[in-house]
Design a protein around this ligand. Structure first.
Ligand SMILES: [Zn+2]
Length: 568
């Protein structure tokens, strides 16, 4: 039966449903229960007592692992009734009135568009089209429709009976719980959890996905990330039993045995099951308690959390570059590995280098080799500096501009993902190649092209940081680092003179370091953290004896460049 209501009528229906829900909660018809955190903690910091509609909904931030959970919350049985009775009425689509469509039709359309986008994203990620796909929380089967159109066998898990009937009428196999899929022996290459994990009563249910995943299958998890935007209000609804930021989701997924393939702060994420091979349990991301409560309580001065950077190029493009570059049979950087020693000068692209030319020249007269990021190659020519090494990591078109005038005697160290056109521009020069990631695909490409060794150098987010790794790989132990500024002294001058901008978005943040206000960006803060981590790891592995940062740099303010032994 089609339900026809006016806007006012529907608004009224939503309010009535809210009122009914409140009464059912108060009368105990929908019983509630107190729950511990995923990590086992019993307590937490109270952040909300009502959801965005004024329905009683108590939320705590766990003081140990920073996960936000509802407690007490409805029992799983009460939630099941709530999803069948009030949930859709309270959260009815506003678009319905404009489009004159039923909620089911809208959800089908929205789901279909999401399915199309997800398929496109999988293609960019160079992930094969799944043969069997499961959508946990498939509702009317909108996303499954998109996969079925590509020939996939489609399965859904859905608690809402009316939605289940619609999905089944289109040929999707739909069951009420993941246990039913396990019992039927379903093995999927791809499992979708879109807007689902934040609704679960027991997060350990996610671990059951391992029982329905085919070997090398992928689990896709999307949930509204706490730091997705400044407005956290929309996140708080009674249907959400948990709320995540990327670090708390990472903690939970790793704990259950999933390995991260991709995750951003939104949160869009991709996982593979790794639990069959034992690995250490992750540490609780306790430091995020402060970041979350600062944001919720809108504190004036906040510590800025370490957000996730994401690669701006698609894996499909990167793999295509790797295939072409390896086919050119350039020697692996292994031929140079460990052959150098002592001091090296690393040149990044921050504006402070303009005032450091004399200092760099003095270090060069001591015989220290100069290792330069590709973007700074033309700057070196302008300053009369002769580089010994040029490192190229990036596959942006801008890279080509760096290689129009080649100096003699330079060794070019190229990530295998760099633009294949560079290899042509550098024909006849001394080029060496390295990989920036390792997986089955990369190993296959190497084997196809007859490589006996493959050097993998962790690339991090910035070519200057990667250059530190490259320098350590070559055998250098004492680093003189220029142009890793990671701070903004002048908003109009963010790069060395005459150097085109990197594709970093400049959302400025002001941070306080030992009483001094420093203007920087979230990306720069992430790079600073990566640099500290890399220096620490290099030092522990005996690859790095000393490192010094020159010029106006955030690094100088964060660290005095000496290692302090931590006593037990
Ligand atoms: Zn916890």
């Amino acid at each position: 039966m089609k339900e026809i209501t006016t806007v006012r009528g529907r608004l009224h229906a939503a309010l009535v449903s809210q009122q009914i829900l409140i009464e059912k909660l108060q009368s105990g018809l929908y019983p509630t229960e107190a729950v511990k955190c995923f990590c086992g903690a019993e307590e937490g910091i109270l952040i909300r007592e009502f959801d965005r509609y004024g329905i009683p909904h108590r939320l705590l931030v766990c003081e140990e692992c920073a996960l936000i959970r509802a407690t007490p919350r409805m029992t799983p049985e009460a939630y099941a009734q709530f999803y069948n009775n009030e949930y859709r009425r309270i959260n009815s689509c506003q678009a319905r009135d404009e489009l004159q469509l039923s909620d089911e039709a809208i959800y089908e359309q929205v789901g279909g568009q999401r399915g199309e986008r997800l398929l496109a994203w999988l293609d960019e990620w160079a992930i094969d089209m799944p043969k069997v796909v499961v959508d946990w929380g498939c509702h009317v089967g909108g996303m499954l429709d998109a996969f079925a159109a590509k020939g996939c066998e489609t399965w859904g898990i859905e608690i809402d009976q009316a939605a289940t009937d619609i999905a089944r009428s289109k040929g999707h196999h739909v069951v009420p719980t993941i246990d039913d899929l396990i019992a039927q022996g379903v093995k999927a290459d791809f499992v979708i959890m879109q807007d689902v994990i934040e609704h679960l009563c027991d997060l350990n249910e996610v671990q059951k996905v391992s029982q329905i995943l085919a070997p090398k299958g992928h689990l896709y998890v999307w949930t509204p990330g706490f730091f997705h935007d400044d407005n956290t209000e929309g996140l708080f609804q009674i249907a959400h039993t948990y709320q995540f930021c990327s670090r708390t989701l990472e903690y939970i997924m790793l704990h259950m045995g999933f390995a991260e393939i991709y995750m951003d702060e939104d949160i869009k994420s991709l996982w593979q099951w790794a639990g069959d091979t034992p690995f250490p349990k992750p540490e609780k991301p306790q430091e995020w308690v402060e970041y979350i409560t600062d944001t919720i309580f809108k504190r004036e001065n906040r510590r800025v959390p370490r957000f996730r950077g994401v690669c701006k190029f698609t894996p499909k493009l990167l793999y295509s570059n790797v295939q072409q570059n390896l086919a050119a049979k350039i020697p692996d950087i292994y031929e140079l590995s460990g052959k150098s020693s002592g001091d090296v000068i690393i040149l990044g692209g921050g504006p402070s280098v303009d005032g450091q030319v004399q200092q760099i020249k003095e270090l060069q007269t001591k015989g220290y080799p100069l290792l330069v990021i590709a973007r700074m190659y033309p700057w070196c020519a302008l300053q009369g500096l002769a580089p010994d090494y040029i490192v190229s990591l990036d596959c942006s078109e801008e890279q080509e501009k760096s290689f129009t005038h080649l100096q003699p005697g330079v060794k070019y160290l190229l990530a295998s993902v760099t633009r294949p056109s560079l290899i042509q521009m550098l024909a006849g020069e001394q080029c060496y190649i390295f990989d920036s990631k390792e997986n089955d695909k990369m190993r296959a490409f190497r084997a196809q092209n007859g490589y006996e060794v493959a050097t993998v150098i962790n690339a991090g987010g910035s070519v200057t940081i990667s250059s530190l790794s490259v320098g350590m790989n070559l055998g250098f132990t004492d680093f003189h680092v220029f142009g890793l500024d990671l701070m903004v002294s002048d908003k109009n001058q963010t790069h060395a003179k005459g150097i085109a901008g990197e594709s970093i978005t400049f959302d400025y943040v002001e941070v306080e370091i030992r009483g001094e206000q420093i203007l920087t960006t979230p990306s720069f803060l992430e790079f600073a953290q990566q640099t500290l981590d890399l220096a620490d790891a290099g030092h522990q592995d005996g690859l790095l004896k000393s490192i010094k940062f020159y010029g106006e740099s955030l690094m100088n303010r964060l660290w005095d460049c000496t290692w302090h032994e931590v006593s037990e």
